[in-house]
Design a protein around this ligand. Structure first.
Ligand SMILES: [Zn+2]
Length: 408
């Protein structure tokens, strides 16, 4: 274990990271402290009992797949009332991730754990008090032997672990060699939302109103005979729907993309369409574009355990796997010009795509991450746009019956 990498590894983390520390044994379930009274349980002195030493690495199970690593874990329990538990912090676990596991918000965790500063890194924070809305089994430590030709990114994708976390678990940045053993932490308690191919079939035709046309540019244009995005089981419309008018071509692509998305991802959660254009198009404050009926703002789906009371969704609350399927489904229509996403979230999207089975080659035309040098021609579909960190902005191409639509 080379120690020269320590400084580098610490800077790999972004946001509040609960740093690596000596670990106790891995309990079969979380420790339930009390079901009530809640405030008393939260105020109880922390459990200072010494924990057994960390198991030797050769006692940690050796696995070959994620399924094997998760096998046999207890089911997530949903108690009738929130239940106070003590969470043992695992290496690299972030406050946002702990919140998602227990169905609470980071703000609640900070309230229940007064010394938890959202901006700081926490060596020595062994336990957090949580008033849990779900009781997941703990993270698990496993070992994995590197297969021929595998890179760090390949292994992180295989086990759905963030790339930078995998480096940190192993205190190493050196190239992988076949047969090398890595330590991984996997999370059987994390919500699973993707069930590939399990959704409803994709219709061949969509019965939708025609005759609405995009005129001019997205930043300086209008919408002729705009049609309101109809209600559908495929998506949820933002209320009020005064900004949900589009061209016929755009409305059709939304239906096609969402039908592909629901089928391919088997995703059952809500996805909210927030803005397209006004009925006649034109200026639509605060947007600069959204003027010609072919720009669509879609809120990024959150993990189903995130409480609706969350004030603002950070990257840990966003379901990047569902987001990747959404992006992929829009691209599959063949009618997408660009998808805008803040560059601070490109890593999340790229790693989710890899975890869902994409390869560097299949992503070459989609997203530039992680290769910033060496221009890609033509430019990738996903591009940076400031502030698009909780929604994507999809721009549909001009349709075949839109002669006055201008590309840009
Ligand atoms: Zn937008």
């Amino acid at each position: 274990m080379p120690t020269g990498c320590v400084a580098l590894l610490v800077t790999l983390g972004m946001g509040p990271v609960l740093e690596e520390q000596p670990l106790g044994h891995v309990p079969a379930t979380v420790d339930v402290v009390a079901t009530e009274p809640l405030d008393d349980a939260l105020d109880a002195p922390p459990d200072e009992e010494p924990e057994p030493p960390e198991p030797e690495d050769d006692e940690v199970p050796l696995v070959t797949t994620l399924e094997e690593a998760l096998a046999g874990a207890p089911e997530v329990e949903v108690p009738p009332r929130p239940t106070v538990v003590r969470h043992r912090v695992r290496p690299r676990e972030r406050v946002g991730q702990i919140a998602v596991r227990y169905g609470v918000t980071p703000e609640e965790l900070w309230k229940w754990n007064k010394k938890l500063d959202p901006q700081a890194i926490y060596p020595g924070h062994r336990h957090l008090k949580v008033r849990a809305r779900r009781l997941p089994p703990p993270r698990r430590k496993v070992r994995y032997r590197v297969q021929e030709g595998e890179s760090w990114m390949d292994v992180s994708a295989k086990f759905q672990i963030e790339h930078r976390d995998l480096h940190a678990y192993n205190w190493s940045e050196r190239d992988l060699e076949t047969g090398m053993e890595l330590v991984l932490w996997v999370d059987p308690g994390w919500p699973r939302t993707i069930h590939p191919g399990a959704g409803p079939p994709i219709p061949e035709h969509f019965e939708l109103p025609t005759g609405a046309r995009s005129v001019g540019r997205p930043n300086r244009g209008r919408l002729e005979a705009g049609i309101l995005l109809p209600p559908s089981e495929l998506y949820t419309r933002k209320v009020p729907s005064t900004g949900l008018y589009g061209s016929s071509h755009t409305i059709e692509q939304i239906h096609r993309a969402f039908a592909i998305f629901r089928h391919d991802a088997g995703y059952e959660g809500e996805v909210i369409i927030g803005a397209i254009s006004r009925r006649r198009g034109g200026r639509f404050s605060p947007h600069l574009s959204h003027q010609s009926g072919r720009d669509i703002d879609i809120r990024l789906p959150l993990w189903p355990t995130v409480p609706p009371s969350i004030s603002s969704a950070g990257p840990d609350e966003i379901d990047w796997y569902a987001t990747w399927y959404l992006v992929k489904s829009f691209i599959a229509t063949g009618e997408v010009a660009t998808i805008f996403l803040d560059v601070s979230r490109h890593r999340n999207l790229y790693e989710a795509a890899r975890a869902m089975g994409e390869t560097p080659d299949s992503l070459e035309s989609v997203i530039k991450w992680p290769r910033w040098s060496g221009g890609v021609r033509p430019g990738p579909v996903v591009r940076h746009s400031e502030g698009h960190d909780t929604h994507i902005h999809v721009r549909i191409k001009c349709g075949p019956d839109e002669p006055r639509c201008k590309r840009r």
